[in-house]
Every structure is written in C-alpha cells, then in structure tokens.
Design a protein around this ligand. Sequence first.
Ligand SMILES: [Zn+2]
Length: 436
Amino acid sequence: MPKKRLIVALLALPFAGIMAAFGFAPKTTAEPPVDFRMVTTAISLESPPEPTFEEAVAQLQVRSDETEPPIVSLDTVRAGDTLSDVLHRLGVQIDEILAFVRDDPRAHELLRLPVGRVLMARTQPDGALLSLRVRRDGESALEIRRGKLGLYSILLAADVSRQVQMRSGVIRSSLFGATDAAGVPDAVTVQLVKVFSADIDFHADLRKGDRFSLVYEQYYDGAEAIKAGRLLAAEFINQDRTYRAVYFEQQPGAGDYYTPEGESLHKAFLRSPVEFSRVTSGFSMARLHPILNTWRAHKGVDLAAPEGTPIVAVADGIVTTAGRKGGYGNVIELRHDQQYGTLYGHLSRIHDGIRTGAKVAQGEVIGYVGSTGWATGPHLHYEFLVNGVHQDPLGVALPHASPVPERYRESFVAATAPLLTNLSLAQGASQVAKFE
Ligand SMILES: [Zn+2]
C-alpha cells in the first residue's frame, strides 16, 4: 500500500471508526467504490508499528505539502438511528449539516431514511463535508455538496452500475442458511435451485458439506447494492457429484442455462406432472387391483394429490385423447416427438382448450386431479410410453432438451469462458469482479 494512502486511512480512523474509513482520490467515472468490508480488512492487515513522535511529525509534514485527497466514508442507517448518529459514524462535522437539513426542504428527507440505506460522505481530514450522497426511492439520488457559497442540495440521476459478484459457501444446516452466510441474495439462491432442479432435488438430496460457487450480477447505486440480477454461472457439489451451469443467450434476451459443454440443463420431460404428490401405487407388471380385486399389471404410477390439484404437461406435445374412457375416467393422452407418449387418468376436469389436436407446452396446465373412472380416491394415474411400450415414469431415463446448436458453438465458448474463469475464482473466496 502506498505510504500516502496508509496515512490517510490511519488519520481517518478516529473520525469514522473502523466501520468504513478509507481514503482514495475521488473517481470521476461511475465506477462504484470497492466493497468497504474488504478495505477495512486491508487497513487492519497493514497496521504498521507505532511511529515514533519524530516519525509521525515527519509524515505529517510530508503530507501537508501535498494536495489533500478527500476521505470517503460509507455507513448504513441502522434501526433506531437519528441522522446525527449516522453522520457521527461517518466522521463528518455534524452541526453545519443539521442546520442545512433544517433549512433546505429537499434535504428534509435525510431525516426519514429507511434502515439499510447507505450514505456516502466525502470529507476533508478535519471532518468538513465536501459532499454527502444518498440514494432516494426510485432512480435518483440526493446529494449535499459544498459550493463557493456553502452547502447546497441537488437531485441526481441514480448512478446504477452492474457488477459481477462471486460467492461460494458450504452447506451446514440449510441452503438458505449457507447462501445468507455467503452474502448471496435470496433472488439468486432461487435461481440456483431452479437451474439445477432437473438434477438435484433441493428438498431431499442436500447433504451437510455440499458446496456451491456462484457468479451473478448485482446492481449498485453508488456503493449501495440495490438489487440482484441474473445468475450467470454456478457450480453445485451435491453428495460429491459436481454440477455446473453457465448462462448463454443464443439471441439477445433469449438465454438459457447449459453445462460448460453446451448440453441443456433442462430435461425434455418433467419428472412429475403434479407438484407435491405422494406415490401411492408404483409401476409393476402384477398387482392386486383395488376395485377389480384381480391381479393385473399397473402400467403407470398413482400420485395421490387433493382433488382439483393442477396437472401439467410433462413435455411439449400434441393432445391425442381428451375425454372419458372406461376405467381411466376423464383422461388425456399426449404425444411428444415420435417416440414418447404420456397418459393422465381419473381427472376431475380437463382444462379448457385441451382437445384432440391441441398443442401443449411443457408445464402447461392440462387438467385437474380427481377420482373419475375406477378410482378409490383422488389421485392421478400417470403412464409413460417409449415407442409404445410402458415404462416406469419415475425410473425411466429422461432425455435432455436440445444442446447449444452447432452454429452457436463458437459464440457459446467465447461467452462462457470468462464465466468459467470467474467460477473457479469464486471457489474459496468471495470477491468483486470487474465486468465489461
Ligand atoms: Zn393407477
């Protein structure tokens, strides 16, 4: 660390406490300041041996010959804070600002800041305010500045910038506990779960010691994180199996997640057409039929769910049957590609518009759980056919959705290489990366 900067930082400490005191020349670009927690660490690591009195005087003399860089401090509104409390922690001279805030209608809102809002102050080493900036609700910021005639207030456009964040963590008790501890916003954790949902059941499969590394966008206004953006790359190690995902847009705005090799992370089929169901009767070639009381094959699975639970198409397809059919009651059959077929029986109701020849998309609601036909209680009877042969829907290997097409391979590799680099950097260290 350069000598000058160290002195500034040390001098700032009595004013701003250890919360966030660091000095650097003000940047003219919209680049947000460094994560202040890291800088605080840097100061403590750099603490030099106590200078002798002579050394301290010599340092001060050197310093006074130079132009003073302002001290930039950040602090966050805490529960129960008054404006004076925050200003005090920022190390600014308070009286002048309080008087200004009292007289300036625009600055009144400084008296009503929500908990968590970040204030950024630039001061002279004696605490005299050069500027004080705070984000307002919406896309603007209030700044109090020192001009030739004293303090004045100004409204500015929000200084929103995007940064790429890298975080990693280990699961001790829960996924959200671990992502919270790593400082990952919930909105990003939700994306993580979704991205790997075809491969990992986050309710049942998580184990203590599972690990994650994430690369994601975070939007800042000045120094304040205002919202999480998109998950860009992720690695999840679940029970010693490693899963990786990268985000890639074939067309602007039409992105999806792939393995680093360009395979889709989606399955072409959902594992189950109903959420939160219980399997009450599995797939078997011989079972005692509960109503007919005879031994016959059960060429599907029964999924118990309350009457009226929505049933979704497990894959894109075309409706080949929609209506009443013997023991099945209300039944829907879908054909997917040439190879695959699915059947949904005992429905209380078939969804409007689901009729023979209609196109359905994966995840689209096609009907509702019921007990029509030969059923003892509300459940979905679900069959899965491959080339016309019944397979166990819960055990059959589901095909993946399409990989990155050949014509996009080159741009896929170019776009995802930096994400993979960031992903490996994220392992073991949480840090802020520059982007673009
Ligand atoms: Zn059944």
